[in-house]
Every structure is written in C-alpha cells, then in structure tokens.
Design a protein around this ligand. Structure first.
Ligand SMILES: [Zn+2]
Length: 321
C-alpha cells in the first residue's frame, strides 16, 4: 500500500484516478504532428442520440442485459467549457470529461428507469469521450499520431478510434479479462464472485457516480480535515459495492471499519482481483498499410487532453480572402 504521507493533495488524487487518463498529460509529441484535417464547420449542432452497444465498451460485460447507453455529439457550448481544461491537472481533466459525459450520455436501466452518466462504469469513461468526439467532428477528422512500423519501418499515422465503422476498424485495444478470472464470472449478476473464509463477495468495476463520491470524500479528507487518506481502501472497496451507484458518508465509515477488520486472506484475494479488473483502453493497435503487420502504440495523447475537443490548427480549414 503506497504511503501518501507528505504528498501533495494532487498526487494523492492523481493516484486515485490515474487509470483512466494515463499518459494524457505527459505526452512529448509535438502539436504539429496531430492530424487535424477537420474544419470547425464539421461540428454537429443537433441533439440526436445514437445507441452505443455496451459490448463495444471495455467494461461492457459488466452491464446488466437490457442496459441502454446512447450518446450525442458535444455542442459548441460544451466544447467552449471544455476548452479551458488544464492538461497538467488530472483532477481538472477528469472533471471536464465528466461534464461532457453529463451532457452527452443517456443511460437507461434494464427496467426502463432513466439513469445518468453516473451509471456508466468508470472504466468506460475514456472510450465514451472518444465516441462523443467522433460524433462531434464527423467528417474525416481523426486524431492521429506518427509512428513507424515495427516490421518494415514504414512511417505512418495511427488514428485514435474508439468505434468500428464501415470504413475503418477500432484502434483502441481493450484490456481483456484473464482466463484465471473468467472462471469466477457470474453471467447472471455480471460480477466476479469469490468465496473467502466463508464470506461471499461480488466484484464489479465501480460506476462513475460511485467513484465520484469516493473521490470527493478523499478530496475533503486531504484538503480540509488533513487526514491521511486510505488509498488502499479507495482502490478495493468501490469494486465490492456491486449493486449500488451511491454511498452515504456513514456508509463509507462503515465500509472503512469493515476494511480495517478484514482478514489477511480476504485482503490478499480482493486486492489481487481488483488489480486484474482494471478494464479500459490499453493502447492503440492497427495494421501497417504497407506490410500488413500489427503495430502498437501507447495511449499518450498528442497535445494533452484538451486536444480531444479543441482543434489545434483550425486555420487550415479557412479560406483566405
Ligand atoms: Zn510495415
């Protein structure tokens, strides 16, 4: 368990949410290398929602059958608000992404009840952001970064594509569930079921809503009360709250107590399994256009997270007078 004493608030918060935004703020790639053929006029002004197949998301198998997720393109107002994102501040990046999701995602539970983006699995945040981006800028404006083929040396650009289309394949490589874990997957409740020392546990990746509550709780503890946050608790416990998307302050206290009193076998097992449940986007993969060999890249993002919705060189699309 990492010792967080003496660390800045930012470090602690970063540690908690680094998974989803890994590499986004630390890219060394030059802005000029971003392939931006897009013109601002391509933006979608409509409010039409499109269905997303939950199975096309990294944590797709954890949604209950009948769950409906749909998205729409971001409006100019959404993009304006997003555009002031501080790339170096992972907390701000997360909050701005959630703002986009809150406006562009519609979630419907299997019983027909309307949910919100907070019901989406935290692991799917980045994929949905990119899907919304694809709807926002529809005409041939893909974000890409330069790379050279590891087989033939050919230099080309690999695109950031979260979805398959009739023209191109998804380049986002999802983290798959390992065989070892599949054995414990319960297809009825969509959870990983474990029995440790006569106690049953059901694990599922937490929702954005649940993570937000734990995240704010952590923020308060660090900033106001100056309490050392229990990062290990925050890593493991949200996965065990499989049937809920919120928790009260008292609920968190009760869970903290339970966590401290956990026996060694239980802790070791839960900690191990949670490490294996960090589903998300692992990197990019595509085929070399010359030799057809598979090429891979990490997710490091040209120009930082702001470039997802802010076009880096829009003047290219303007006509001179
Ligand atoms: Zn090649």
């Amino acid at each position: 368990m990492p010792n967080v004493e003496g660390k800045k608030t930012e470090d602690v918060l970063s540690q908690f949410i680094e998974n989803e935004t890994k590499g986004m703020s630390s890219s060394t790639i030059n802005r000029e290398e971003v392939n931006m053929d897009t013109q601002i006029e391509n933006m979608v002004y409509g409010r039409e929602f499109f269905a997303v197949d939950p199975n096309s998301l990294p944590a797709g198998i954890f949604y209950k059958p009948g769950t409906k997720i749909s998205i729409k393109g971001a409006t100019v107002a959404d993009v304006q608000e997003y555009s002031v994102v501080d790339n170096a501040n992972i907390v701000d990046v997360t909050e701005k992404m959630n703002m986009i999701l809150s406006r562009c995602v519609r979630f419907t539970h299997p019983n027909g009840m309307q949910g919100t983006y907070k019901d989406v699995k935290d692991n799917d945040r980045l994929s949905l952001i990119f899907m919304i981006r694809e709807l926002t800028f529809q005409k041939g404006n893909n974000l890409a970064k330069k790379m050279s083929c590891e087989h033939c040396g050919h230099e080309f650009k690999i695109e950031f594509r979260a979805t398959n289309s009739q023209y191109s394949k998804r380049t986002f490589k999802h983290i798959e569930m390992e065989e070892e874990l599949k054995e414990f997957f319960n297809p009825q409740t969509k959870t990983v079921d474990l029995d440790v020392n006569n106690k049953s546990w059901k694990l599922t990746p937490p929702t954005i809503g649940l993570q937000e509550i734990f995240f704010n709780d952590l923020k308060t503890k660090v900033q106001i009360s100056n309490i050392n946050p229990n990062v290990s608790f925050l890593k493991v416990i949200p996965f065990t709250l499989w049937d809920r998307n919120k928790i009260s302050d008292d609920g968190i206290k009760a869970k903290e107590k339970e966590y401290k009193e956990m026996d060694m076998d239980t802790f070791q097992t839960l900690n191990y399994v949670v490490d294996k449940m960090k589903f998300g986007v692992d990197g990019l993969e595509d085929k070399c256009p010359i030799c057809g060999g598979e090429v891979h890249s990490d997710m490091s993002f040209p120009g930082g997270a702001s470039n997802i919705f802010v076009i880096s060189s829009p003047l290219g699309g303007l006509k001179k007078k």
